[in-house]
Write a protein that binds this ligand. Structure first.
Ligand code: UGA
Length: 433
């Protein structure tokens, strides 16, 4: 209860900032969350949450009802806070580097209004050395800076915030104050210097990408030698030193974080004269994976009257970069769609999180809101996102509607035997056919 009256500021109401603000309010803190988008702030103050994150609308509503959570467009609303979390986007710049313009603008503004001693917490993913530049960027040396990277997965942001594997704090002043905000979570805390905290975040995302590229290469080899990648990765995952997560092969890793963070880490290594070839290899494998999926589609069409994707209607099931999100940013589904379109395919797509009205056309794909429309007259179907409901589709009806009952299942989601009963030929990734 003695913690209950702290006033905390959050800058940015994107998925990291909004989750942080709502969860801190849920933990009993008084939170002011600022965003420059006026209409977003209005909607949030009415309890309308613009992103789809399980549990978040409830936490926002609870925070508004208790008065512990308020949204504002003016950074001046953060004047009387004693800790401010900076959660603004750091997108990929032209050379793979993190674009820090939004962050720098926020820090300049905060430098003009925060009271002495306010702790500035950088939650945005920032290159090593950024936290150390806070005094220069704010023009103040009386604002302790702490690096506190986030590890929130889209679709699990609230859960990951409230049940974190660890909390990382990098800095030399103000750490106790930040740590106390999280004390109710009972999570292990790593206290370190800012550079190690910043690098720790990149190291995690890049390692996850390496693991996935490894699984995708293995899957390819499995196909060559007639092994089943599911059994191979089960064997690996049962080794405590490896762990079972992030070993499912797929259409390639995407989303707004992994590709950007791998590129940024590689850029920082290169800027210091280091090659870090593993990262380059992981990226190379990832673009190769898009091409491998296209090749699988091509193989399915060879020997059919189509012969190639040119002029063939191809139906895509799933467009988002993973299930459980409506996010299309850096989605491997769209990268693969672009490659198929280049070869002349006519693409129709269905995704439970992408309404046809909103999508209309997403890049090269005509978006519809019924999977049956995707199957209609299709020369092949491609499953690109692991939405569980795709298993429950009426595959008998899809087989009837399709011109040729053929599926490439890039997520190994479907039961191939079941599909075979409906006349489908089904190719997974890394599974013997
Ligand atoms: C990722 C990290 O998992 C979070 O810990 C991190 O906080 C976040 O980035 C971030 O930096 O903000 P997210 O972008 O939501 O989270 O996506 P993931 O769940 O990590 O999935 C990344 C990609 O890997 C997706 O395309 C997914 O389909 C793919 N994937 C994942 C596989 O292909 N196979 C798997 O076994 C797991």
């Amino acid at each position: 209860a003695e913690e209950a009256e702290r006033c905390v500021g959050v800058v940015g109401a994107g998925y990291v900032g909004l989750t942080t603000a709502a969860c801190l309010a849920h933990l009993g803190h008084r939170v002011r969350c600022a965003d420059i988008d006026e209409s977003k702030v209005d909607r949030l103050n009415r309890g309308e949450v613009p992103i789809s994150e399980p549990g978040l609308p409830e936490l926002v509503a609870g925070g508004l009802a208790s008065g512990r959570l308020r949204f504002t467009t003016s950074a001046a609303g953060l004047r009387d806070t004693d800790v401010v979390f900076v959660c603004v986007p750091t997108p990929m710049g032209e050379r793979g580097e993190a674009d820090l313009r939004a962050l720098e603008a926020v820090l300049r503004e905060l430098g003009e209004l925060l009271s002495p001693g306010t702790v500035l917490v950088l939650k945005s993913t920032v290159p090593v050395g950024t936290t150390a530049r806070v005094p220069a960027l704010t023009g103040r040396d009386d604002l302790p800076a702490v690096s506190n990277p986030e590890f929130l997965r889209e679709g699990f942001a609230v859960r990951d915030f409230l049940e974190p594997d660890r909390i990382v704090l990098g800095g030399d002043r103000g750490l106790d104050r930040v740590e106390s905000l999280y004390s109710a979570l009972g999570a292990p805390v790593v206290r370190t210097d800012p550079a190690s905290a910043e690098l720790g975040k990149y190291a995690c995302n890049a390692f996850l990408a390496l693991k996935l590229s490894y699984a995708n290469e293995l899957a390819e080899l499995c196909e060559q030698v007639g092994a089943d990648v599911r059994h191979v990765t089960t064997t690996m995952g049962m080794d405590d030193r490896i762990g079972p997560a992030f070993l499912r092969p797929g259409p390639g890793w995407g989303g707004s974080c992994l590709p950007k963070d791998v590129a940024a880490l590689r850029r920082s290594a290169r800027d210091r004269g280091m090659r870090f070839g593993l990262l380059q290899a992981a990226e190379h494998t990832n673009t190769g994976q898009h091409e491998r999926v296209v090749r699988k589609v091509q193989e399915l069409l060879t020997g059919s009257p189509y012969g190639s994707p040119a002029g063939a209607r191809i139906g895509l099931l799933g467009l988002t970069f993973k299930a459980g999100t409506d996010d299309l940013r850096d989605s491997p589904a769209l990268a693969i769609a672009a490659r198929l379109a280049e070869r002349g395919a006519v693409l129709t797509g269905y995704d439970p999180a992408v309404p046809a009205a909103k999508g209309g056309a997403v890049a090269d794909v005509h978006v519809v809101d019924d999977p049956l429309l995707v199957a209609k007259d299709a020369a092949a179907l491609v499953v690109l996102t692991e939405w569980p409901e795709f298993r429950e589709l009426d595959w008998a009806q899809l087989a009837e509607l399709a011109d040729r009952p053929a599926v490439v299942d890039t997520r190994n989601l479907l039961d191939a035997d079941d599909l075979a009963r409906h006349g489908f030929s089904c190719r997974g990734i890394g599974i013997p056919t």
